[in-house]
Design a protein around this ligand. Structure first.
Ligand code: MG
Length: 300
């Protein structure tokens, strides 16, 4: 039985019939934050409870990139190819320079400490957008239980001034973020507060010329499970983590199909030689599958 489950004929055009869903490595606790470094032919990803960022390469397998990682979660690259990382432990977003030096991008707003930055994207103007739910400070599992000082917002860091500003303030717990290819839309997952019955869904915002957000209606409700990390392909479809794998959602909100994965998926990213290989972090393992469609650039 195929691990591809088409629910719309369009989905079949994204699928390479004989491409395997390959388990690349396993034995982790909760993997997240995958990011592809084509220039180093490797994937970086976080193993959050084990306080480390790991590196997988097709020739060398898994090695340690950073340990301790301050309970790092989401990772991405900025416009200069530098690593940008969300850290639960230090409650901050950092940038790692090409020389390995670490710079703090954001750790406070209005004099108060951030909660536990979770996921991050960099827009074409170089601005860094990140979500700040409470998961990393709500227990001692993915960080250290600590007092919450700020609401769970989405923030934008201005690329010129470095100023940090809340741009979404009506979420319970914002999580994964993804821009559409033309950056006229921003998708943000709300995964709800821990130990609550908060709704879990993906909302969509219109992005104005000045990057101001409007709208914000519910775009799609993932089931089973919920949307954590998400990415957009070159045609504007949203690929979302889900309880039973990865779901592909059309720009109109319809689910087109699924990639069934044996473990709960936390996050995904496009990578590989032609940016058409989908890397999947799923609970204790990482997987990959080649698709017949490419990711929307490195940033999406
Ligand atoms: Mg996340």
């Amino acid at each position: 039985m195929s691990f591809f489950e088409a629910e719309d004929p369009a989905f079949s055009t994204f699928v390479l019939g004989n491409a395997p869903l390959k388990k690349l490595a396993g034995g982790f606790d909760w993997v997240e934050g995958p990011v592809w470094f084509g220039d180093h032919d490797c994937l970086l990803f976080s193993d959050i409870p084990n306080n480390r960022i790991l590196r997988w390469s097709p020739t060398l397998g898994v090695s340690t990139f950073r340990e301790p990682s301050n309970f790092a979660n989401g990772n991405t690259r900025d416009r200069e190819g530098r690593l940008v990382t969300c850290e639960h432990g230090e409650r901050r977003v950092t940038r790692t320079g090409h020389d390995g030096s670490v710079t703090v991008i954001a750790d406070r707003y209005d004099g108060k400490r951030l909660n536990s930055p979770n996921d991050v994207v960099v827009a074409s103007d170089g601005a860094i957008w990140f979500s700040d739910p409470h998961y990393g400070i709500a227990s001692d599992y993915e960080g250290t239980r600590s007092e919450q000082e700020l609401p769970c917002n989405v923030y934008r860091v201005d690329p010129r001034s470095g100023e940090i500003r809340p741009v979404l303030t009506d979420f319970n717990c914002p999580n994964g973020l993804a821009f559409s290819p033309d950056e006229r839309r921003l998708y943000v997952a709300d995964t709800g507060r821990m130990f609550s019955d908060d709704p879990r869904h993906i909302r969509v915002f219109d992005v104005g010329d000045d990057w101001a957000l409007s709208g914000g209606e519910v775009f799609h409700v993932i089931s089973p499970g919920c949307a954590d990390g998400m990415r957009v392909d070159a045609a504007g479809n949203l690929w979302s983590s889900a309880g039973d794998g990865v779901h592909c959602i059309a720009p109109d909100g319809r689910r087109l199909g699924k990639i069934l994965v044996p473990e709960t998926v936390s996050n995904i990213c496009f990578g590989g030689r032609h940016n058409h290989r989908l890397f999947i972090t799923a609970t204790t393992s990482i997987y990959a599958v080649s698709l017949a469609i490419r990711g929307a650039g490195r940033r999406a």
